[in-house]
Design a protein around this ligand. Sequence first.
Ligand code: GP9
Ligand code: MN
Length: 427
Amino acid sequence: DSSDITEVENYTKNKYAEPNKELFGVAEGKNVIKIHLESFQSFLIDYKLHGEEVTPFLNSLVHDESKNFTYFDNFFHQTAQGKTADAELIMDTSLYPLPQGAAFVTKGNNTYQALPAILGQSKEDYTSAVFHGDNKSFWNRDEIYKEFGVDRFFDSSYYDMNEENVINYGLKDKPFFKQSIPMLESLEEPFYAHMMTLTNHHPYLISPDEASIEPANTGDPSVDRYFQTARYLDESLKQFFDDLKEAGLYKDSVIMIYGDHYGISENHNQAMKQITGEKITDFKHTQLQRVPFFIKIPGVDGKGVDHEYSGQVDVMPTLLHLLGINSQDYIQFGTDMFSKGHKDYVVFRDGDYITPEYTVVGGQFFDNDTGEKIEPTEKMKEKQKTVRHELELSDEVLYGDLLRFYTPNENWEDVDTSQFSYGKNSH
Ligand code: GP9
Ligand code: MN
């Protein structure tokens, strides 16, 4: 009931980190373009296969001399069984995913105070849109997006899905980005646009004429092809950036790029040993849960590589502060990545977590420098309790639909789901 939400509120308000004053509001009213890199793990960045860069375009953003982007190399996905849907949930609500199933499906009719609605109710009156070349009902998106306050959902019904354009789950990334440009241009500004790619998805299928790098040769077919679909994704991004520039939508937009979850599961540790040159221990496997996070803020020089430890849950408060919106009003488990008070422990769904100094795997503690098992100090045990408590509180929010009982501020209006309908033919 409503007393439970008070406990959660006390916790999250206490965890809250004040914005970095230099950055608060610097991107007020700017368009936001958030790009989802399907199944993309950070080990691909700067990785060389057969002596070639796999992702030259993304690498160029990391090493960008013109300092457009900041790249977080200690950013982690926090997803569980809901995979893509969990990543979307975490990034747009700053809640943790559920221990079982996908909240997108089982909690698709909960009340949320999610980014699309918050930006839509801000004084800048953002238009929110999701772009994805798959059927609108996959992962129950067409239901939960209404609760999130997503104004427009450009699903596969908006795209030319002819046979040549489609592989695996849906639209190939190159035609996806190409065809998205006019839709993006049609949106009322400012907009919050979420571009969701798909081709770099297990089992990493690509037609031979579109593969521009040879597969790896571990003998594990999906691992071997992973580099080819990642290269294709990288090329599609380059094309998208060129098209954004041509459309005049690049320079003045906030652009965020993130990886949703791992692409190579622990079932492929043998192949990954060949790829990384190291035995994939449980400790090492946790290190591989890094996914990229890039951000470009108009008018602010990128920092190159930022080594701050952070996770998907931290993105929402970070963005709100850049846009000049006070995030303290909302129930959020993450903290602003640019804040001096950013909390640099990253919680995983199973109760494990990682800090700049040590990693907890299966409840056991490992030193980050040596990878050796260590005895936890009292402080470390305390932190472990905090992590578990946070997960419990987040679960209470979702299982109890507790945001029903929460009003962020006096201006907040409950999301009216009847305003939204998705799919080309319903407009
Ligand atoms: C499907 C796509 C894939 O629409 O988002 O989801 P995943 O299998 O990665 O969860
Ligand atoms: Mn995914």
